[in-house]
Design a protein around this ligand. Structure first.
Ligand SMILES: *Cc1c(COP(=O)(O)O)cnc(C)c1O
Length: 392
């Protein structure tokens, strides 16, 4: 008899033929950015652990102490009884770190984006959203029911035209990644903040790849560009440079109070595990007190970027920071290049549609302070060989 799920089997086979079927690997981190995958020891350039904090002994100890204090789980939604002293301390610390009135924790960065956007606007409102925004922002926009205007990547003039047209809407919300996650470039936040002011809009910036990495204190792209606006809502994740897990939003007190009343991904989901909060608290101290981390990371990024560019690799020239895309185009070629790198001991992500637009499949290199200089140099040399090789 035919399987009742035959439809999916056919679809999966089709994905396979197009080079779009995904595979998952089981990874065991072994320290210094190395890990064991499928029995092979490889250096991991696919993670977002930009500062190498995910394996840091100080974060491990903080998490262990929290487990000894209150156990492993938060036990309930924060609104019911799942908000411990650890959560309260972390929210206060995040608000202080980002120089905002208040902060609110979410189970993940994904949940923070979806829940926040859906709680802010509805079908009386208009959202302006960059075409390359992260999936969690897109999903939040869709769920909100607001009218969506998809803007060509970082096109300030199109933002302006669409804001002008949306003058009759009740609210206008501009939604953008701070650093674009698959492209590594930075949003034109200074101009967007000006437009928000001029057109009476709110500006939501997703700092997932900015926090800990950009700005003197590590507050993100808003700090880097000196963007201060009373119209700003910032979303962040604890799972990238911060090395823990979870999402957060910072902004004015009234907004945060509204969100803890109304953001469904926060109201109807269990609070973060306390050891995760403790690890994040420790990481924020380290991030704020050690600007040298960001200087070292910046030097590393500049060094690798210039080696790749000098060798003629297709690295877009508007990128900055630890995300370096090498745009190959064809998904099969991209997967083959990633496979060759893997066989040479380097784990680099092959990013394909639908994560990126068609014909822009790419290798996405993610640099981190977890690695040694030698490992970074070896990766760069191999990457240049593999991408230039005629079999590609
Ligand atoms: C990773 C990412 C998120 C989601 O954060 P998680 O904490 O991993 O759920 C949101 N936005 C962007 C731009 C991201 O890259």
């Amino acid at each position: 008899m035919d399987s009742p799920f035959r439809w999916f089997e056919d679809r999966l086979r089709q994905l396979e033929e197009e080079g779009l079927r995904r595979s998952r690997r089981t990874v065991s981190p072994t320290g210094h950015g190395w890990c064991r995958i499928d029995g092979r020891h490889v250096c991991d350039f696919a993670s977002n652990d930009y500062l190498g904090l995910a394996g840091d002994p100080r974060l491990r100890k903080a998490a262990r102490d929290a487990i000894d204090d209150v156990g492993t789980g938060a036990r309930a939604s924060p609104l019911v009884c799942g908000r411990t002293d650890w959560h309260e301390r972390l929210e206060r610390r995040l608000a202080q770190f980002e120089e905002a009135d208040a902060a609110l924790l979410f189970p993940t960065g994904y949940a923070a984006n979806v829940g926040t956007i859906a709680a802010l606007v509805d079908d009386n409102d208009v959202i302006l959203t960059d075409r390359l925004n992260h999936a969690s922002l897109i999903d939040g926009c869709r769920l909100s029911g607001a009218r969506m205007r998809v803007i060509r990547h970082a096109d300030v003039r199109q933002y302006q035209r669409e804001l002008d047209k949306a003058a009759g809407a009740r609210h206008r919300l501009i939604v953008t990644d701070g650093v674009f996650s698959m492209d590594g470039d930075v949003a034109p936040l200074t101009q967007l903040a000006e437009l928000a002011e001029r057109f009476d809009a709110w500006l939501l910036v997703d700092e997932a790849h900015g926090t800990g990495v950009f700005g003197h204190h590590g507050r993100g792209v808003c700090e880097l560009l000196g963007v201060h606006s009373p119209r700003l809502i910032r979303v962040g994740t604890l799972s990238k440079a911060i090395g823990a897990q979870g999402g957060f939003v910072t902004g004015p007190q009234s907004l945060i109070d509204w969100l803890w009343n109304r953001a469904r991904t926060q109201v109807f989901s269990t609070g973060l595990a306390p050891p995760v909060c403790a690890a994040a608290l420790r990481a924020i101290d380290i991030i704020e007190q050690t600007p040298e981390l960001r200087i070292r990371l910046r030097h590393r990024c500049e060094h690798v970027r210039s080696r790749l560019t000098d060798a003629g690799l297709p690295v877009p020239d508007n990128t900055t920071g630890p995300i370096i895309p090498i745009v190959i185009g064809d998904p099969q070629h991209t997967v083959r290049a990633a496979q060759t790198l893997f066989e040479n001991g380097f784990f680099v992500a092959a990013i394909r549609p639908p994560t990126v637009p068609r014909n822009t499949a790419r290798l996405r290199l993610s640099l981190s302070l977890a690695h040694s200089d030698d490992d970074v140099d070896a990766l760069t040399t191999t990457l240049i060989d593999v991408v230039r090789s005629p079999s590609q």
